[in-house]
Design a protein around this ligand. Structure first.
Ligand SMILES: [Zn+2]
Length: 120
C-alpha cells in the first residue's frame, strides 16, 4: 500500500476513534447506572421490558468497545509495524475495497467468514 493511501486510512481511523470516544463519554453516566442496576438485580427484579432495554444498551456499548479496540490496533499497525492492510489470520493482503468499507478490519473476507462460522 502506498503512503498516500495509508495517510487517508489513518485520517478515517482517527475520525472514527474520536467519534467512538465522544459517544462513550456521553454515555459514561448512563453506563455506570447500568452497572449498579445489575448489582441490585437480586433484590429488585425489574419488569421484562426494562431488562431487555438494558441488554440492548449493553450490546451497543460492547460493540463500540470492540470497534474502538480494532481502530486502535489498526492505527498501531499504520504507525509502528507497517503491516496495515494484511489479514491477521492468513497474512494475505486485504482487498482495498474491503479496507475502504471497514478500515479497521483485521481479516480478509474469507477468514472473517471462517472465524464467524467457528463462533456458531
Ligand atoms: Zn485472511
Amino acid at each position: 500500500m502506498n503512503k498516500k493511501d495509508l495517510i487517508s486510512f489513518k485520517k478515517i481511523l482517527i475520525q472514527k476513534r474520536t467519534e467512538l470516544l465522544n459517544k462513550s463519554n456521553n454515555n459514561t453516566h448512563r453506563g455506570m447506572n447500568v452497572d449498579l442496576d445489575i448489582d441490585d438485580v437480586g433484590d429488585e427484579i425489574d419488569t421484562a421490558s426494562q431488562n431487555s432495554e438494558k441488554e440492548m444498551y449493553f450490546e451497543l456499548v460492547s460493540n463500540d468497545k470492540i470497534t474502538l479496540n480494532a481502530v486502535n490496533d489498526a492505527l498501531d499497525k499504520i504507525e509502528k509495524k507497517g503491516i496495515y492492510g494484511k489479514c491477521e489470520y492468513c497474512e494475505n493482503i486485504i482487498p482495498f475495497e474491503r479496507l475502504k468499507a471497514i478500515p479497521w478490519t483485521k481479516y480478509c473476507i474469507k477468514c472473517q467468514e471462517e472465524i464467524e462460522n467457528l463462533k456458531k
